[in-house]
Design a protein around this ligand. Sequence first.
Ligand code: ZN
Length: 100
Amino acid sequence: MGLAIMLTNQGAAVAALCDVCGAWIETAAEGGYAWNQTRDESGAIFPLVLVHKGNCFLTYEAAHPDAMDMELSVLPPYLAASLDVDWDKAIRLARCFSTP
Ligand SMILES: [Zn+2]
């Protein structure tokens, strides 16, 4: 499922769900993101999946021989840079509405 909305006492939080087992990835240390990089040319786009480290990534890798992966902790800053996010404003809003 990837990213989903989880209702909280204060509003709604974005939750990372493992695309292999479906369970919530509660901390960045538990997960990663992966993609099956079947080509190398600039501009190539691949679907991104969220996975728990360990068995879930190994399951994904077994089904996708060209699998690449990164720590989940680097996904927010990479995405923020790609989207030209106002980081200070985004953090304030997330802290205000996303505390589970
Ligand atoms: Zn999993």
